[in-house]
Design a protein around this ligand. Sequence first.
Ligand code: SAH
Length: 257
Amino acid sequence: MSRALEAGELVLLTDRKGRRYLIKLEEGREFHTHAGSVGHNALIGGAEGVQVRTSRNAELTVWRPTLSDYVLKMPRGAQVVYPKDSAAIVMQADVFPGARVLESGVGSGALSLSLLRAGAEVLGYEIREDFAQQAVENVRGFLGAEEAGRYRVEVRDCYQGIEAEGLDRVVLDLPEPWQAVLHAGASLRPGGILVAYTPSIVQAARLREACEAGAWAQTSTVEILHRGWHIKGDAVRPEHRMVGHTGFVTTARRLAD
Ligand code: SAH
C-alpha cells in the first residue's frame, strides 16, 4: 500500500546523472544543490517515485531510501561492511526473526542494520564508546526507536570474553577474530553459526586455523564479486569499473560438546 511522504521522514533524491542525496523532510525547508533548489513542501504529502523540477529546471526523483542507500550515506566512523557483503553475511549466518546474535565490533552499525532487518535480536560489543553511540544513532535513524529496541550495544573488548549463553549466531568484524573464537564457541549453542568478515585472506587463514583447533565444522571462506553490466541498446557489456575487493566471509558451525 502506498503511503504519502511525511515531514520527519528520510528521503533519497536522485538526479539524471546518478547523484544521490539523503535528506530529512521538514516543513518549510529548502533543499539546495548546484542544480538549483526544491522546497520540501513540494514532496511532503506526495508519493515515492514523484519527479520534481528544481529552481534551475533540473529533474529530481524522490524515494524512500533502501537499506543500502542509507548505509552508503549515513555518518561513518569505521569502515562499513558493504551491502553486497552484508547480504551474504545475513544468508551465511542464516539470520532469522528472533535469532539471538552477538555482533562485534559494531563500528558504524551498517552490518547491524542488516542483521536487525532480518529480524535478529542483536547484542553488540564495541570497544570504542564513540562508535557504539554512532551505531545506535545510525540504527535508530533508519529503523526507528521501536525496532531499534532489538539492538543493544555494550562498550566491551570482545577478545576478553562474551558474556552470553545459548546464542544462535556470532558475527565478527574485528581485526583479530581468532581471538574471539574460543569465546564464540563457549557462547553459541550446538549448531550455532559463526561468521567473520576480514579484509585480508591472512586474517581468514588464521581464523580457519583457530576453528580447526576447536569444536567447529562446516567451515568455508568466500568472497563476493559484484560486477555491474552496462546495458544500452546493443552495447551490452560488463561495466569498465568494479570494486575489486572488500573482504572475505568465513563461516563455521559449532559442534556439540
Ligand atoms: N561491521 C561494522 C564495521 C566494523 S569496523 C559496520 O558495518 O559498520 C571494526 C570495529 O571493531 C571498529 O569499530 C573497532 O572499534 C571494533 N573493535 C576492534 N577491536 C575490538 C575488540 N577487541 N572488541 C570489540 N570491538 C572491537
